[in-house]
Design a protein around this ligand. Sequence first.
Ligand code: DAH
Length: 443
Amino acid sequence: MKMFIQTGTRGISTYQFKMNMAVTLTNTHHSTLCIPSLLKQSQLLGGFNVSSSFRSLSSSSARSKPVVSALEIGGVTIDKDDVVKDDPTNNVPDSIYTKLGLQLHKRDKHPLGILKNAIHSYFDTNYSGKFVKFDDLCPIVSAKENFDDVLVPADHVSRSYNDTYYIDAQTVLRCHTSAHQAELLRNGHTHFLVTGDVYRRDSIDSTHYPVFHQMEGVRVFSPDEWEASSKDGTTYAAEDLKKCLEGLARHLFGAVEMRWVDTYFPFTEPSFELEIFFQEKWLEVLGCGVTEQEILKRSGNVDKVAWAFGLGLERLAMVLFEIPDIRLFWTSDERFTSQFSKGQLGVKFKPFSKFPPCYKDMSFWISDSFTENNLCEIVRAVAGDLAEEVQLIDNFTNKKGMTSHCYRIAYRSMERSLTDEEINQLQFNVREEVESKLKVVLR
Ligand code: DAH
């Protein structure tokens, strides 16, 4: 059973406990991580130079496999063998290594790059360029940066090997851009935006992909800023945060209805989610809150107050550009890429044609160690982006206490029709891998 509803900032965050979510109404609206074990961090973050150097050596095509087996990050070469290791403390598959360094958010004509630029311009306009932007910080971070530095509890589910990609016991592929908060604060930054690729082991469907993109924003206040008002620091920061983010939502979505929902994050108190009413539904747009004092204290910002937010770029881009499937962001098919241009936010994507899905079912007796994320990893390893959805369609326990699961796998290409032969082969390979790697008994 999942304790947390994990749809990332593409839905409800891993970092939230779905508990007692009370809706607070605003008055303005109706309801309204680098490889520490390999490299010195300073080398990799390159002194936080905005135009620094996490440059991809991999193929320019997001779809094809890179021909190189090394990436250059901050002038340091990282070999594939440093990231994908045959070791029990490593769970990074080849398919994830191939995504490192692609940095879709840095492509000006890609929906994610267009969205990032639109958010940057909102901050530039409203804060006269005060927000420093980082968009090539290395996604390989220490577990300390990813979790401890932002106060994620020691027993939090997001730390598990089932949820996070570990390079070794101390090193992970960041699972959120919050991993950079503490270090940037320590370095004296008071206004910053961090955009980057983040990595999570997850289920397979049209809105979930093991690599997606987030943007983190942080603003620090000194006592003189709130002392002039009659408010305490936390109230002052929370009000400023809400005003800033409501403005951002309007900048992106136009005159929409919004509401604030109280929630929980380990790094903020109070914590909120912003939702907008869009196409007849309430849509979660981002998570945010007033930064925990402990984070500020540890980073040398005693007596200060700060706010922070994190948003998922795919989630917003899928709505703004009407992109129906998250895999499309990774395609290099011109029928997708040619539809977007620099600076054009919200051009509606026209599906070039919809190829039929093919469904295959698979039943097995599970063992205690079985997890759906492990199954999905195998399906992705075999079928890559041809896997559209993996869905549990039947689940029962017999009198002997044995539990059976039946999963339905939808195979579909975004680009072409698949042959029966091809799909049968994929399903055959998935079954073989599942049987040999997951300690389950196929039925
Ligand atoms: N790190 C959160 C996530 O990945 C998003 C987030 C929520 C970031 C609240 C923040 C914040 O900075 O204050 O789901």
